[in-house]
Design a protein around this ligand. Structure first.
Ligand code: NCD
Length: 322
């Protein structure tokens, strides 16, 4: 792996390798001293052209825990708001000697453009591009699922394992979700089944070519009527900031048909987990009771994100030989 742009680029072996290295990283994060010397002397630049809380802080923490020098750049308050192009921004960063560039951008394809352009010689990690992909989010979701669904709670049981035979329901605003697309690809690579559930207006054109099933009926999907019993349900945020028209009649109607609440979680087998990438619209796609309930892995997803991003940075910058 030279860059991490899309989960569709990952082979089965590469995906499992990231999860396995993340297990090792997670183990180091249980220690009193969490910092490793692995990337000492390397520079990681976080380039955020779009708002972010979790992902930006998570990448920053991951790079620091590996002892890299970290420069975090937000478009607001930088020369981007003076109209500077991605190219000139990237050339500036290159002049400062970036070994890795973590980029979040509102345009789908911006990380690929950066990786192919030669504007930077560093590894490019996609931290979310438009409505396209968010590979580290899908990897942390898979890591979280593997921890709960594979083996008897011992890390050694999980190493080398994929998610073969598992079934994940992803419900919500698939149309605007880079998380959904990255998850569908990655879950497929890892051998799991995915069912996407959304109102027809919130499904992208061409979704029938994705490696998953689609349903408009959340209760049927959760009850196992679409692709069998469900091991996890992932709720997606309704991305109101990307909506230029009315995609559903009302918030109340949306919650009634596609919201996750305690009653719907009751349709799932006892072991099944609830995930959400955050930020949540509590009361819209998820109730507070569900988000804070016993099945929720939402806070754990954030914790796991640091270990997964440490693994991604390690594999891209230090390689297999470090
Ligand atoms: C997601 C994103 O930005 O794509 N959030 C995240 O990275 N944790 C999902 C979202 O914004 O709804």
């Amino acid at each position: 792996m030279r860059h991490l742009l899309s989960t569709a680029d990952l082979s089965h072996a590469e995906a499992v390798r990231v999860l396995d290295v993340a297990e090792q990283m997670a183990a180091t994060q249980q220690r009193e001293i969490k910092k490793l010397p692995t990337l000492r002397g390397r520079t990681v630049v976080n380039l955020f052209f779009e708002d972010s809380t979790r992902t930006r802080i998570s990448f920053e923490t991951a790079a620091k825990r590996l002892s890299a020098d970290v420069i975090t750049f937000s478009a607001k308050g930088s020369s981007v708001s003076k109209g500077e192009s991605l190219k000139d921004t990237a050339l500036t960063l290159q002049a400062m000697g970036a070994d890795a560039v973590v980029i979040r951008h509102g345009s789908s394809g911006a990380p690929l453009r950066l990786a192919r352009s030669g504007w930077t010689s560093g590894a490019v990690l996609n931290a979310g591009d438009g409505t396209h992909e968010h590979p580290t989010q899908a990897l942390l979701d898979a890591f979280t699922l593997r921890r709960h669904l594979v083996g008897g709670g011992d890390a050694a049981d999980r190493v080398g394992a994929d998610l073969a035979g598992r079934h994940v329901v992803v419900v919500g605003d698939v149309l605007h979700s880079r998380v959904a697309r990255s998850n569908v690809h990655l879950l497929h690579v890892l051998g799991a089944r995915t069912t996407l559930v959304a109102p027809p207006t919130l499904l992208p054109i061409g979704v029938e070519t994705w490696p998953c099933e689609v349903s408009y009926d959340l209760d049927a999907a959760l009850a196992g009527d679409v692709q069998g019993p469900v091991d996890a349900v992932m709720a997606l945020r309704v991305q109101l900031e990307r909506m230029d028209a009315a995609y559903f009649p009302s918030a109340r109607e949306y919650s009634r048909r596609y919201g996750i609440d305690a009653a719907r979680l009751g349709l799932l087998p006892p072991h099944a987990s609830l995930l959400h990438p955050g930020p949540m619209n509590r009361g819209l796609e998820i109730t507070a009771e569900a988000a804070d309930g016993a099945r929720s892995r939402i806070v754990e997803q954030v914790t796991n994100g640091v270990a997964v991003r440490m693994a991604a940075l390690y594999l891209l910058l230090a390689g297999e030989d470090a």
